[in-house]
Design a protein around this ligand. Structure first.
Ligand code: ADP
Length: 213
């Protein structure tokens, strides 16, 4: 499968990407994950992007294009790929088209996971990662038992650097200014599929599967 997952910050792209990877075996390429790794490892790129990411702005198109090209090169032609967090503006979408044309791997699905802005803010501001299991939790939505289990196992609830309210507002603003016009570009070209992203992870996944199968 060759698929792009589009959606606002907090729309659940990463979560649904994990489901697709599990069931279809196609590797996820997430620019957010790759960039956070570069920051954690303090690479040259990591040092350049740390501050930009923490305040919720987009890093430069050149940096993310380079990451995407290198990741695509490493992936076997047969298994496909799943892009999450890329492209995020019209320029990136055009570059991606050129890259995919040059390696002769046309996209099969471009899916938008659609979620109301109020829900996004709660999902992002409440998001935590358990330091002992790596599991993503939410202080507003996760069952109390899951949060207690994390703490009981010696874990801490870690918040992403850009999940504070200022950066969340900025990320949603950038999404409206740069990503939504790109989504229109896909919609006009007739290839956009839209999935309602509200409800449980399983419900959203079922809707997603019904679109792509
Ligand atoms: P989210 O979509 O939840 O905000 P991501 O993990 O996808 O989170 O991205 C986190 C941050 O990484 C973004 O706010 C941005 O700074 C940077 N980033 C990720 N993907 C891109 C991209 N395609 N272009 C520019 N910046 C990106």
């Amino acid at each position: 499968m060759k698929i792009i997952l589009l959606g606002a910050p907090g729309s659940g792209k990463g979560t649904q990407a994990e489901n697709l990877m599990r069931d279809y075996g196609c590797p996820q390429i997430s620019t957010g994950v790759l960039l956070r790794k570069a920051v954690a490892e303090k690479t040259e790129i990591g040092k350049k992007v740390e501050e930009i990411m923490a305040r919720g702005d987009l890093v430069s198109d050149e940096i993310v294009l380079d990451l995407i090209q290198k990741s695509l090169e490493q992936i076997d032609d047969q298994i496909g790929f799943l892009l999450d967090g890329y492209p995020r503006n019209i320029n990136q979408a055009k570059s991606l088209n050129l890259v995919l044309e040059s390696i002769d791997r046309p996209l099969e699905h471009t899916v938008l996971i659609d979620v109301d802005a109020e829900i996004l803010i709660k999902r992002l501001s409440g998001r935590r990662t358990c330091s002992s299991t790596g599991k993503t939790l939410n202080i507003y939505f996760s069952p109390k038992k899951e949060i207690d289990d994390c703490i009981a196992s010696g874990g801490k609830l870690i918040q992403r650097d850009d999940d504070n309210i200022e950066s969340i507002s900025k990320r949603i603003e950038v999404y409206g200014e740069q990503t939504e016009p790109m989504i229109e570009f896909y919609r006009e070209s007739g290839i956009l599929q839209v999935v309602n992203g509200e409800g449980s992870i399983e419900e959203v996944y079922k809707r997603l599967l019904s679109k792509i199968n």
